[in-house]
Structure formats: structure tokens, C-alpha cells
Design a binder for this molecule. Structure first.
Ligand code: SAM
Length: 161
């Protein structure tokens, strides 16, 4: 499988999982958390598809497309190892949807980071909330769900509380 194949599978899976998770949590009022803004493509998708819920973006350094840049008050700047615990104090267990796409090209590093932040993400999710991730997460109390149609196994993961 080429890097192009992997990239396409990841993009297709992100969209399928996000669309599914947005629809499944549409009745929930709690905030949506986007972990890792990057170019802002998935943030832009969330902004287009989510209605009636605030979308907070966690990012250490904003470098997104101008069309996909959150307003200052919706950007939570800093390393997620610091900002996720602070978000728990601020928001409690209220997130209706958390999307994480924090990884780079090194799969072993991505896996180690996913293990590290799993316990920081886990308590933020409200009951009935969903977590979508590009990397496998390591949760004690969340359940991994089957992927929706169109998503490619191992390219995206969905968890529920
Ligand atoms: N989903 C985005 C999109 O569609 O354009 C791409 C996200 S990109 C793969 C990963 C982003 O996560 C980068 O912008 C990086 O700065 C951010 N990131 C990685 N580790 C981080 C950390 N420890 N704290 C905060 N942001 C981090």
C-alpha cells in the first residue's frame, strides 16, 4: 500500500467517522473539541456540519488556512498535555464530540502519544458523547464502536461513553 493510498484512506475515514459522530450526537448540547488544528480541514468540516454547539480547537501553534482558523476565543493554545487537564477543570465531563488528529508520520510516536493523552481525553466526554481519533486510543471506561460505512479499519477509531 502506497503512502498516497494510506493518506486517501485516512481522509475518507475521517470524513465518514466525523459525519457519523456528528449525526449521532446532534441532540447533545455540549461542546465539540477538535484536538490538532493543522491545516484546518477537519475543523472546517466540523464548522460546516455541526450546528448549535460551540467548537473549541486545541492546538500548540495556529498555522491553518485562513478560512479554517478559529476565532481567538475558541482556540485553546498550548500543548494538549497541559490544556486538556485545564479543559477538564473548565468544562467538566460535557463534551458531546471529541476529534483527535494529533499525529505525524511516525506511527510508533503517534501510538505512544495516544497512550499518554488517553487518560486526559477520557474524562472530558459526556455520557452519550463520542470520540473520533486517527490513532487507536487506550481508554478504561470508553467503548470502541464499529466503524460506519466508508471508513477503513485502522485508519480511524470511534469510542463512546
Ligand atoms: N486534522 C487537521 C486537518 O484536517 O488539517 C490536521 C491535524 S495535524 C495532522 C496535527 C496537528 O496537531 C498539528 O497542527 C500539530 O501542531 C498539533 N499537535 C500535535 N501535537 C500537539 C500537542 N502535543 N499539543 C497541541 N497540538 C499538537
Amino acid at each position: 500500500m502506497s503512502r498516497l493510498d494510506l493518506f486517501i484512506d485516512r481522509m475518507v475515514s475521517q470524513r465518514a467517522c466525523l459525519d457519523h459522530a456528528i449525526a449521532e450526537t446532534a441532540a447533545m448540547p455540549g461542546p465539540v473539541f477538535e484536538l490538532g488544528l493543522g491545516n484546518g480541514r477537519t475543523y472546517h468540516h466540523l464548522r460546516e456540519k455541526v450546528s448549535g454547539r460551540p467548537i473549541y480547537v486545541f492546538e500548540r501553534a495556529i498555522a491553518s488556512h485562513p478560512d479554517s482558523t478559529p476565532p481567538d476565543e475558541m482556540a485553546i493554545l498550548g500543548d494538549v498535555r497541559d490544556t486538556l487537564p485545564a479543559a477538564l477543570e473548565r468544562f467538566g465531563a460535557t463534551a458531546s464530540l471529541v476529534h483527535a488528529d494529533l499525529g505525524g508520520h511516525n506511527r510508533a510516536k503517534n501510538d505512544a502519544f495516544a497512550r499518554l493523552i488517553s487518560p486526559l481525553v477520557e474524562p472530558l466526554l459526556a455520557r452519550g458523547g463520542l470520540m473520533v481519533s486517527s490513532d487507536r486510543m487506550y481508554f478504561d471506561t470508553l467503548t470502541e464502536l464499529p466503524l460506519p460505512a466508508g471508513a477503513v479499519p485502522e485508519r480511524c477509531f470511534i469510542y463512546s461513553r
